[in-house]
Design a protein around this ligand. Sequence first.
Ligand code: MRU
Length: 337
Amino acid sequence: MNKTDYFSVKLVNNELVFIDQTLLPFEEKYVTTSNYERIAGAIERLEIRGAPAIGIAAAYALALSQKEFFDPILFQNVYTRLKSTRPTAVNLFWALNRVKAITDNYSTKDFLHNEIFNLLINEAKVIHLEDEEMCRLIGINGLSLFTKKMNVLTHCNTGKLATGGDGTAFSVIKSAFNNNLINHVYADETRPLFQGSRLTAFELHKNEIPFSVLPDSAAASLFSSGKIDIVITGADRISRNGDTANKIGTYNLAVLANYHAVPFYIAAPSSTIDLACNNGSEIPIEQRNKNEVLGIFPENELTKSIAVYNPSFDITPSNLITGIITEKRIFNFPYSF
Ligand code: MRU
């Protein structure tokens, strides 16, 4: 297997194959299943993660739940179950609704069971292929921001692991690197689950892109050293006015970038834009388990009693975002999609 042949999710013989991201970078273990509950659990536990990737996986899971025969009640239950896995990334709901629309648009009694399954799995495949293409175009569009060899700061993981293609922010970094326009990449470690130091480091290493990992708390000092030319991160949901939900700590970087007059960009496919949300206050933010923060300490009476604030995402106000790189073009503030 080529160094960069790893993938987040893939359909093989009507089963979903996914890499267990909780084990990376120490073990590259692929799980094969067509069980929707296994896939729902994988999304909840972040074995499968990243906004576009969870949408693609959920679309496959919903279709695969109807592999043996089409059962409308089971279909509705699986749809509801998959929707409950994670609340913030809109790609999940967008992808599930696309697969569900197949059964709304056709009168299912007119079809044989396997014909319905074929329609459902086909829609999931199209969602996957479209995401791959959107990643490619985001990489091309983002290239125009590189006027010279630059140092980039990024947050969380936005590469192949998080999407169906080369990534969002990562795709921009990769195309800039391929055009000799990357000097160095700085990757926030991204506490508490270390998507930066585990997953982005894994991907930068595989692509032989020069990088350093930094503790999230070192970002201010890095900005003040004058080493950052541009910040590019991904997104989990972008509201109509451009306010953007992304991994906790993204807002910190936007404030710092603004203070230090460094351009701050979001890279995301159109499937991440939620026109039904007028602004960031309407985006649901996932609160995660306290053990993700305290798990490194042995459990005792004290740690059991400590309350933890552990939001998985924050909202960056649109006025702090210099531009949003999509597969169509780069949008600028004030946003109108
Ligand atoms: O909790 P995660 O790891 O699923 O969060 C992922 C992020 O916040 C990514 O930055 C975002 O999904 C963009 S992925 C291309």
